[in-house]
Design a protein around this ligand. Structure first.
Ligand SMILES: Nc1ncnc2c1ncn2[C@@H]1O[C@H](COP(=O)(O)OP(=O)(O)OP(=O)(O)O)[C@@H](O)[C@H]1O
Ligand SMILES: [Mg+2]
Length: 325
């Protein structure tokens, strides 16, 4: 019979009420605190590497008129790709080295079944163009080129690149379109996407030839000391930031050995999934009026969020981590 690494007594809540308080006032208070939680940004060596990729791809000067190289950051859902792009964009804006009307970094998320025409519409949408759907592909392309030049855009981030995998004649066009944009020296581009985009990008050698070495965000490996260190740093920082933002009173001891091992198993080494699990646990903590995230909240979040959505097939807080040494 599998056994919990924790004693029954440790599952008993120490602070707050055992059941959530569901009043309107509490709902509003918790919503405000969760908004604060979502502003927490943790930086590890992993995140530094991603920043390095954004910086060096953007460092190519569009003014030179020569073809641009692109970059790619692929990883499973929840690995922090979109967050990294937004963080980088905010960093560039904070440098304040652009004219007031410039948009130095554009992040364009793609829709499912993305054709070349939709690609241009998505870029125009990201710029806030009210006529992003109007006109032929050639016209939309012209508007994109003109807009990016007028806005002095220095980096185009295409998010959800896997949606270019659309299998039709247009699929080849989209790759060709992206390749052309780089060749035209319009501006450098970074492609973000889930693992589904890997095969697609690898197969398209003309585009792959124009990309710098990938900076993919693979799940961390529990057997690698370097990866374990990154995971430890991430959870340590998250715990500290929770206290600093006064969302908890003091730390929640999330890096306690047994807890950390369960968090690794639940997240599968995907860092953003830890953030998402802790958001659910914090929500439970706050609804109970407790002062820090307790084992009770972590276990509840695991069952109600992670197991319910099949991120993991069991609750390691209750049964222990399977396959752990
Ligand atoms: N560096 C970070 N610090 C704190 N939280 C983070 C960080 N990176 C990601 N997160 C959180 O992790 C969650 C997942 O991140 P994000 O949405 O960026 O992942 P993604 O890789 O874009 O996933 P998808 O492929 O599903 O779009 C979000 O709730 C985000 O706030
Ligand atoms: Mg994303």
């Amino acid at each position: 019979m599998p056994k919990s690494p924790f004693t029954d007594a440790e599952f008993v809540p120490v602070t707050g009420h055992p059941a959530p308080r569901m009043t309107d006032a509490v709902i509003a208070e918790v919503a405000a605190k969760i908004e604060k939680y979502d502003q927490i940004h943790v930086v590890t060596d992993r995140h530094e590497q991603a920043m390095f990729t954004y910086k060096r791809v953007m460092a190519q000067s569009a003014a030179s008129g020569r073809p641009m190289l692109g970059g790619r950051i692929l990883g499973p859902s929840g690995s922090g790709k979109t967050t990294s792009a937004r963080y980088f964009r905010d960093w560039v804006l904070r440098q304040n080295q652009h004219a007031p009307d410039d948009v130095p970094v554009i992040i364009a998320p793609l829709d499912r079944a993305c054709t070349s025409r939709r690609l241009f519409s998505s870029i125009l949408d990201a710029i806030g163009d009210d006529f992003s759907e109007q006109g032929t592909e050639a016209i939309l392309k012209q508007r994109v080129y003109r807009s990016l030049r007028r806005l002095n855009t220095r980096l185009l981030v295409i998010d959800e690149t896997q949606h270019l995998r659309f299998r039709s004649t247009e699929a080849n066009d989209t790759t060709d379109t992206l390749k052309r944009m780089l060749d035209d020296g319009l501006c450098p581009a970074i492609f973000l996407g889930t693992d589904e985009a890997t095969e697609f990008l690898n197969q398209n050698k003309q585009l792959a030839n124009r990309l710098m070495p990938p900076c993919d965000l693979k799940p961390l490996d529990r057997s690698s000391p370097g990866d374990r260190k990154i995971f430890h740093t991430y959870v340590t920082e998250l715990d500290c930031e929770l206290a600093k933002a006064q969302l908890t009173v003091g730390k929640s001891h999330l890096t306690e050995k047994r807890t950390l091992s369960c968090l690794f198993a639940i997240s599968g080494g995907v860092l953003g999934r830890v953030s998402n699990l802790i958001r659910v646990a914090l929500d439970h903590t706050l609804f109970r009026g407790a002062t820090s995230i307790e084992l009770f909240d972590l276990s509840h979040a695991t069952t109600s969020w992670a197991v319910a959505q099949d991120f993991i097939g069991y609750n390691p807080f209750i049964t222990g981590v399977r396959g752990a040494r």
